[in-house]
Design a protein around this ligand. Structure first.
Ligand code: FAQ
Length: 322
């Protein structure tokens, strides 16, 4: 093909992509898409997948120490769901032309991030309540919005994930409500967990809109439908009410209902802490990554066995056809 012809084809393809975006049609794996759109999605979806899988670690620590068989069963089911979410998301990212191996390498080398929140320790059972209530609660607000993201496989993964996350959020809220209805020590533990997880949970929505370098393209391509600050405000509004119902205090002296905005105003977020954590220097970054690397290496035999089984089946199929 001549250069000019090639350029015309490229322009036509880009036009058809932009028309689809304009019509709110989903972009599917085989559709033509700009390379920058593909890369943007690979970055976001793989980071989202890594977050789900690394997020299993702080909770996994508490399976053996859950206070009752019921609590243990529920926690086990929740953590298993998070692993499943990671798998849907890795599969969605794979449809964009990156392999699982490459994504894991990017996680291990530090090229790919994962959510800031999973670099904090889960110190006691109240933290399991705070994670379910606040962390899953924040994740749902973000993910409900992502159900309308422009990339089909990502948006469909979000629909299923959101259903499971609402169960997770209730699991956490139930733990907090029970502790707040308990002894003075239990109430103190619940409030202490709330104090430690509140600010990192607000940071999950990312930097303020004015400081969010990825938002421009994300809105242009309808990957994001609502901004970091809009979603953070939504989360604060609903969580303040839930805290009030069970008697917890939000650890923010500047928190105040703003009638004109129709949202709560909140105090300043410590962005130095946020950047420190996402750049690898949070309280548990090293522990989380060392654990993932060790377990990934220990699981090599599973991947090798699965590959040997696939090759055997392929050979059998080939022989039966010939
Ligand atoms: N943590 O320009 P923006 C869960 C990075 S799922 C770490 O605003 P963007 C379920 C950002 O990547 C939780 N890094 O970026 C669960 C970018 O750096 P890069 C995960 C963050 O993409 C519960 C830079 O800062 N959810 O918890 C964070 O437009 C319990 C500039 O930021 C998702 O991943 C952060 N919080 O907006 C599991 C949702 N925020 O990549 C287990 C999907 C920002 O250029 C247990 N992702 N950064 O090097 C998104 O919606 C978006 O990617 C945002 C960030 C909103 C996170």
């Amino acid at each position: 093909m001549e250069l000019q012809e090639q350029t015309t084809v490229q322009v036509d393809l880009l036009k058809s992509f932009e028309e689809k975006i304009g019509r709110d049609d989903a972009i599917e794996p085989k559709d033509k898409m700009p390379d920058a759109y593909r890369k943007h999605l690979i970055r976001q979806i793989s980071q989202h997948a890594h977050s789900e899988v690394i997020g299993m670690q702080p909770e996994g620590n508490w399976i053996t120490r859950a206070p009752s068989l019921r609590a243990k069963q529920i926690l086990l089911a929740k953590i298993q769901d998070e692993g499943g979410h990671g798998l849907y998301l890795y599969s969605a990212a794979e449809t964009l032309g990156i392999s699982r191996t490459e994504m894991i390498e990017q996680l291990h080398s530090g090229k790919a991030k994962y959510s800031n929140i999973f670099n904090y320790p889960a110190l006691n059972w109240a933290d399991i309540g705070a994670i379910g209530w606040l962390v899953d609660g924040a994740a749902i607000v973000n993910q409900v919005s992502l159900q309308r993201t422009s990339y089909g496989p990502y948006s469909r993964a979000m629909v299923r994930i959101c259903k499971e996350e609402s169960f997770h959020q209730r699991q956490g809220y139930e733990i907090m409500a029970k502790m707040m209805a308990g002894t003075a020590d239990q109430r103190e533990m619940a409030q202490d967990a709330m104090n430690r997880w509140w600010w990192p949970a607000l940071m999950m929505f990312g930097p303020h809109d004015s400081e969010s370098p990825r938002s421009g393209d994300a809105f242009k391509w309808k990957i994001k439908r609502q901004s970091n600050d809009e979603l953070r405000a939504k989360f604060i509004d609903k969580t303040v009410q839930q805290a009030e119902v069970i008697g917890l205090t939000i650890p923010d002296k500047d928190l105040k209902w703003n009638e004109a905005r129709g949202h709560y105003d909140h105090g300043p977020i410590d962005w130095n802490e946020f950047y420190n954590v996402i750049n690898g220097n949070g309280p548990c970054n090293k522990q989380r990554m060392d654990h993932h690397k060790r377990v990934h290496a220990e699981g090599a035999w599973v991947r090798e066995a699965a590959e040997a089984y696939r090759a055997k089946k392929e050979k059998q199929l080939f022989q039966s056809k010939n």
